[in-house]
Design a protein around this ligand. Structure first.
Ligand SMILES: [Zn+2]
Ligand SMILES: [Zn+2]
Length: 386
């Protein structure tokens, strides 16, 4: 996380602010940056959490005094929210009436767990955007025992060890200490005969398939958040589904954000005299790629195949020169245009020469008045014999 802003500054209040004004300031910010009003707005979400953290500390007289003395660096400052649901549960008094109570279940109640799953897509799919099926495993009450954990025909019994209280008392000197009942682990009930399906846990699993739209331009490791598609226990707000994306590497390209880089090898005569050469492109564009050798999508694992387009190598091109194909990269995920395809021109120097080639190369050097090492000839011959 970046450097923390001053909590008073976050809430826009003076250091002498009274409880009522503090609450009003936070309420105003919370409404402004509320996720219901700013769906999928990460900046609003960050501000919403930041304000919640500031209010969490400043609304507590002890923690506020501590913060006033030591600032963010103080020991045991703690605080902060990683999850939006925690914000709602922490300040249910603030959010309870914010939206007029017209939201049915309402905020501040229990919230289902988040589910995380992974999805692999190809670079081509990342460029165009794609709808793919993900597999989810949701928790639900075990269908055999209806969530009780007890075998059919039986039901959980009151724990005899603790009398159903879930706690047992121990005498320790003058003290009587309550500890969690070791028999029922605090549940107050024990299962004599476990449900064979869930082995007593009461939890079942349901596998589900879900179509997920992946926006164009996503990067490897990006996470999609599908609000409300997580665990949905009864009487609670559903959790979120997080889909971690893996964008498979494409051997033809190096990716740098929205830009793609690729390499093309040319010979010295091609660089000196100019030529037209084929370079790989991510997706063929029929309008401009008149000479595409293949419009077929890249087959996984087959490097060197896929659509290509022709580019011009101007006469006098230097090694390492860049030819930039504007707009032939990936779209930016924020919708601000498309990246470029950057072709790096590599000059290939032959490691072997035929006698004929060597003779012409020496003639070329002589014509330019260049001295070349006569011993080099021996180098090539020795190399060939090996
Ligand atoms: Zn017990
Ligand atoms: Zn069961």
């Amino acid at each position: 996380m970046a450097e923390k802003r001053d909590y008073y500054e976050v809430l826009g209040v003076s250091r002498e602010v009274e409880t009522v004004a503090l609450k009003a300031a936070y309420r105003r910010l919370a409404m402004q940056h509320h996720p219901d009003r700013n769906p999928d707005n990460h900046e609003a979400e960050a501000k919403f959490k930041e304000a919640a953290e500031a209010y969490q500390i400043l609304s507590d007289p002890e923690r506020r005094a501590h913060y006033d003395r030591f600032g963010h660096e103080g020991p045991q400052m703690g605080g902060g929210f990683s999850d939006m649901g925690d914000v709602f549960s922490a300040f249910s008094d603030i959010f309870g009436d914010m939206f007029g109570g017209g939201r049915g279940g309402g905020r501040g109640q229990a919230r289902g767990a988040d589910i995380q799953t992974e999805l692999s897509i190809t670079l081509v799919e990342a460029a165009s955007g794609v709808t793919k099926e993900v597999n989810l495993r949701r928790r639900e009450p075990c269908p055999t025992c209806d969530g009780s954990g007890a075998a059919p025909g039986t039901s959980p019994e009151t724990c005899r060890h603790c009398g159903g209280r879930g706690q047992v008392m121990h005498a320790q000197g003058f003290l009587r200490i309550a500890t969690t009942c070791p028999i029922c682990r605090g549940e107050g009930k024990v299962i004599r005969k476990r449900c064979p399906t869930c082995d007593g846990s009461g939890v079942g699993h349901k596998d589900e398939k879900l179509q997920v739209g992946v926006p164009a331009g996503v990067e490897d490791g990006a996470t999609l958040r599908l609000v409300g598609r997580g665990e949905a226990p009864p009487e609670a707000r559903p959790g979120n589904l997080y889909v971690v994306l893996h964008v498979e590497a494409d051997p033809r390209f190096e990716r740098d954000g929205a830009d793609l880089h690729t390499e093309v090898s040319v010979s010295f005569p091609q660089a000196a005299l100019g030529d037209r050469v084929m370079v790989p492109v991510l997706t063929a564009d029929p309008a401009t790629d008149g000479k595409d050798t293949s419009a077929a999508p890249l087959d996984k694992g087959e490097s060197g195949t896929g659509p290509e387009t022709e580019i011009e190598i101007p006469a006098g091109t230097q090694p390492g020169a860049l030819v930039i194909l504007r707009g032939r990269g990936l779209p930016r995920v924020d919708g601000r245009g498309t990246g470029n395809l950057v072709v790096h021109v590599k000059l290939v120097v032959p490691t072997t020469l035929s006698a004929d080639e060597e003779e012409h190369l020496r003639a070329y050097a002589a014509a330019g008045g260049q001295r070349v090492n006569p011993e080099r000839s021996g180098f090539f011959k020795r190399k060939k014999k090996k």
